[in-house]
Design a protein around this ligand. Structure first.
Ligand SMILES: [Zn+2]
Length: 442
């Protein structure tokens, strides 16, 4: 059996919504050794083509990592029975549940599509039917002969021997539902909303919630204890909130994460849990053990700011003749001022735009021809730049918002001279305006 050391620090955090008693973990629970035969060679983490969205505990040990494209990655004693990965899904997979035997599982997609594998039977889906809101969670009945889907508006859809015990569909919610979990009897379920609100139906009892309490990050998942007398909620920052007989075994709250936590699964005994990050990172607490992970690497976002622009910005910042205003001509102060635009660009970042007076907000990479001209002009005479990509300008399609324009509101020479210099440096448009010379490289 291959064992690997977690590549993440497993910290015992102290963040919880309730006072913590010292965790006394019984060692009486024997965890069956996995009979999974791993290849002798140590392989690299399997790569996932899509973000991970859920973790499902194996029947006795291990876990399944579920990806948005329907990919399934089995670790430890969890059994791989097939996946929807590689196919073309209409909508991403958002949740999963396994059968009682652990020999099968269902994947649920946002459009209500259900994919069954192994001994999991297909009992129906909402695929192809119109939904008011996307599906966000799923849970199986205790027999494994049915399942529920839940939508973000709290609507419940029951299939097979899953019965309908009530829903939040059509009722006003303070925050969208993000997940569900069934009771051990299968005669009830809890829904959890992103604000930590809990809705209990059937024989599911309410043991407390985070609804109405401040959260650093939204709740993204719920797991119940084997007794059904408690549950854990997990937030996207890895914070854990334990209720009822659910014990706190640690969290990632307050720890830096390379990707948000997206799900939680309890171990079979309930004396531990795993958290999964969207990049496949696994955090094991209590008697949960790390058995491997898939790795999802988001496509690199191309840096919109070229190295040329970055170097020009650095030169502009060290040119004493060039004064860059740190407050807009309007008097508004924000981080889209001319000086910050150039500083951001010198750091390889896109420049910010203002969000007032019709300005669009967001960012834009500054045009390198404009930066080159600004540097050239500033090397010849003293100038003061009042605006680049920030400030509010006439019309929604101002060249300032496109990162090609500068306004010079003070110079050692006339504005007419500045305009003429801009034109000789390739400006597409340059003119003396009432309070400044405007030049752009459209
Ligand atoms: Zn202008």
């Amino acid at each position: 059996m291959r064992r690997r050391t977690p590549d993440r620090r497993l910290a015992v955090g102290a963040r919880t919504g309730r006072r913590l008693l010292a965790a006394v973990v019984s060692t009486a629970t024997a965890i069956a050794l996995s009979t999974f035969t791993a290849p002798t060679a140590i392989a690299a983490d399997p790569s996932s083509n899509a973000p991970l969205v859920a973790v499902v505990a194996g029947q006795s040990s291990g876990y399944l990592q579920i990806a948005a494209d329907g990919g399934v990655f089995a670790f430890g004693g969890a059994l791989f029975q097939g996946s929807a990965g590689g196919g073309t899904l209409n909508k991403p997979v958002v949740a999963a549940a396994r059968t009682k035997s652990g020999q099968g599982y269902w994947l649920a997609a946002a459009d209500g599509g259900v994919f069954s594998f192994g001994d999991a039977q297909f009992y129906g889906s909402m695929g192809g039917k119109s939904l008011n809101k996307p599906i966000v969670g799923a849970a199986a009945t205790s027999s494994g002969a049915g399942y529920w889907l839940v939508a973000s508006d709290g609507g419940i859809f029951a299939f097979g021997d899953a019965r309908f015990y009530g829903s939040m569909g059509g009722k006003p919610l303070n925050a969208p539902v993000v997940g569900m979990s069934a009771t051990p009897s299968g005669a009830g379920y809890w829904l959890v909303a992103s604000d930590g609100g809990i809705f209990a139906f059937g024989d599911a009892r309410f043991y407390g919630s985070m609804g109405g309490k401040p959260l650093n990050k939204p709740i993204v998942g719920i797991a119940t204890t084997p007794s059904g007398s408690g549950y854990w909620l997990v937030a996207s920052d890895g914070g854990i909130f334990a209720f009822g007989d659910a014990k706190f075994f640690g969290s990632m709250g307050g720890q830096p994460l390379s990707a948000p936590v997206v799900g939680i699964a309890s171990t079979v005994s309930g004396a531990g849990y795993w958290l999964i990050g969207s990049d496949g990172g696994m955090f094991a607490f209590g008697n949960a053990t790390f058995s491997g992970r898939a790795k999802y690497t988001p496509p690199a976002t191309p840096n919109p700011t070229t190295s040329t622009s970055r170097d020009l910005a650095k030169s502009i910042l060290t040119t004493a003749n060039i004064q860059l205003q740190s407050v807009h001509a309007s008097g508004v102060s924000d981080s889209a001022n001319a000086r910050q635009n150039v500083i951001d660009t010198s750091n390889g970042l896109a420049a910010k735009r203002s969000s007032y007076g019709g300005a669009p907000g967001g960012t834009i990479a500054l045009n390198s021809r404009m930066l080159q001209a600004l540097l050239t002009i500033g090397q010849k005479q003293r100038i003061r730049v009042s605006e680049i990509s920030g400030g509010a300008h006439s019309g929604p399609s101002s060249q300032h918002y496109r990162g090609t324009a500068i306004d010079i509101d003070s110079s050692a020479v006339s504005f007419a001279s500045i305009v003429s210099q801009c034109k000789s440096l390739g400006a597409g448009y340059a003119a003396v305006e009432s309070t400044h010379a405007h030049c752009d490289w459209r």
